[in-house]
Design a protein around this ligand. Structure first.
Ligand SMILES: Cc1cc2nc3c(=O)[nH]c(=O)nc-3n(C[C@H](O)[C@H](O)[C@H](O)COP(=O)(O)O)c2cc1C
Length: 200
């Protein structure tokens, strides 16, 4: 059976979604996938980044993480997105990246990618589910196959019980819920579904 190519694509200002993405990367490798960890390009002006010490520090710490491109989407059999909530929606950085895939979409190259998504917000009910669903709406337009975790493993209940995708509360002191197991389960399930799609 051919290995699944997994792209873990994230946006993060202050590190939460980078951490979620790294857990997904780790689980993907453990599951035998070929994995790329990729960030979407930053759009915010440098003054905005510099005005927030946590943002500035995170941007510098992750400057060597490669940026996602259309080639990566074409390469991927499976994609896991991780993105913060911005006013109950995806950040412009992630939206811009999705919008830049119009050429691939027009050539049928987004069809049958197996996808799932994760999110964070400052509040426990700050819009994580809406953000994940916003990603999934675009994925329906791509003809992608959404592998939401549902309640496919007890670890999901311990992480807050979000069946759409792993989500977390991002406080000033870090993540409130322990979601590492849920992220890893979600990554493995995404690969499991993608393996079936890829190998027929
Ligand atoms: C412009 C803006 C809008 C935000 N909107 C929300 C929101 O609607 N609900 C919420 O709970 N948190 C909101 N937040 C907080 C972010 O979701 C939080 O900082 C993020 O999840 C942390 O992820 P990161 O560390 O990966 O950047 C907002 C933050 C910014 C800067």
């Amino acid at each position: 059976m051919a290995n699944v190519n997994l792209a873990v694509i994230y946006y993060s200002s202050t590190g939460t979604n980078y951490e979620l993405a790294k857990w997904a990367e780790e689980a993907g490798k453990e599951a035998g996938a070929d994995v790329k960890l990729l960030k979407v390009p930053e759009l915010a002006p440098q003054e905005a980044i510099d005005s927030n010490p946590a943002w500035k520090e995170h941007a510098e710490a992750t400057k060597d993480v490669p940026e996602a491109t259309s080639d990566d989407i074409e390469w991927a059999d499976a994609i896991i997105f991780s993105t913060p909530t911005r006013f109950g929606n995806v950040p412009s950085q992630m939206k811009q990246f999705l919008d830049m895939q119009g050429g691939l979409w027009a050539n049928g190259k987004t069809i049958n990618k197996v996808v799932s998504a994760m999110s964070s917000a400052q509040n426990p009910h700050g819009g994580q589910e809406k953000t994940i669903q916003a990603i999934y709406t675009s994925m329906m337009h791509w003809g992608a196959i959404i592998a939401a975790p549902g309640y496919s493993d007890p670890v999901i209940f311990g992480a807050g019980g979000n069946p759409y995708g792993t989500s977390v509360t991002a406080s000033e002191n870090g993540m409130v819920e322990d979601v590492e197991g849920a992220v890893k389960h979600q990554a493995k399930r995404t690969i499991e579904v993608a393996t079936k799609i890829k190998n027929g």
